[in-house]
Design a protein around this ligand. Structure first.
Ligand SMILES: [Cu+2]
Length: 260
């Protein structure tokens, strides 16, 4: 009897866990970027792109600017009414494109007989819970601003474990043409699914993208179909976990850029 109700409870819990988790993106609050002046942006977590939906736990998130190849973190502020996290950067050099990044350390997330719980598998088991699965979802977002035709900085690799790097200069992106990217998984060419969408494409439905392709040997090609802010996404599930903490590591990456 216990066993049967446990299985039923487990089946219900698994069904109740969304197939897609929140994705991490970056969106500007200010329109114009000026050298040496504060520029306001947000870290967003949502199922619809790019519509803010949830304020992430601040301690798990980092966001800021890449300067001279190094990450300079900004102070993060929870924006409850805006359902996002606010941060401010001060770009020092607008002779080249500017890269903003956000990362989320997902920590271990367990599906248990008492529902979804944050925490290491061994700690939850020590509390008497039955852990059905333990996953870590780490997320990486990178947004490119102030692009120009003679710039090379747009193609900088910032070193995220899963990273989408433009091959096409965003300043050259055009409706009706391909935008080429390379995708790196721990520095090696990624093979797997790639989704893309643009701001405003679909705001009613979750997890709905304008474009799908698959990267082969780290190369993917996205046909641009509208002007505005685009997001290209890659995901890698089932990487090795850490014994007692989580069974599998899952990586998600978003690249954001504007097609003018
Ligand atoms: Cu979610």
């Amino acid at each position: 009897m216990f066993k049967r109700s446990f299985i039923l409870a487990a089946a219900f819990i698994i069904a109740a866990v969304p197939a897609f988790s929140h994705e991490l993106t970056i969106k500007a609050s200010d329109t114009a970027m000026k050298e040496g002046q504060p520029f306001n942006a947000t870290v967003q977590s949502a199922h619809r792109f790019i519509v803010p939906e949830e304020v992430e736990i601040l301690s798990r998130v980092k966001a800021g600017i890449i300067e001279d190849g190094k990450f300079v973190p900004s102070e993060l502020k929870a924006n409850e009414p805006g359902l996002c996290i606010d941060f401010t950067v001060t770009p020092k050099d607008l002779s080249k494109s500017v890269i903003l990044v956000a990362t989320k350390d997902g920590e271990s997330w367990c599906v248990t007989n008492e529902g979804g719980k944050s925490g290491a598998r061994k700690d939850l088991e020590a509390q008497g819970l039955k852990v059905i699965s333990a996953n870590k979802y780490d997320k990486y977002a990178k947004a490119i601003f102030n692009t120009s035709k003679d710039d090379k900085n747009f193609a900088s690799v910032v070193g995220h474990p899963l990273e989408i790097v433009p091959v096409t200069n965003p300043a050259d992106a055009q409706v009706g043409e391909y935008f080429n990217v390379k995708i790196l998984l721990n520095g090696q060419p990624y093979t797997g699914p790639v989704w893309a969408t643009y701001d405003g494409f679909v705001t009613e439905y979750e997890n709905t993208y304008a474009y799908y392709t698959e990267a082969e040997n780290g190369e993917a090609h996205v046909k641009i179909t509208a002007p505005g802010w685009w997001g290209i996404r890659a995901a890698k599930a089932g990487l090795p976990g850490v014994e007692g903490d989580y069974d599998a590591l899952n990586l998600r990456a978003f690249l954001l850029f504007e097609v003018r």
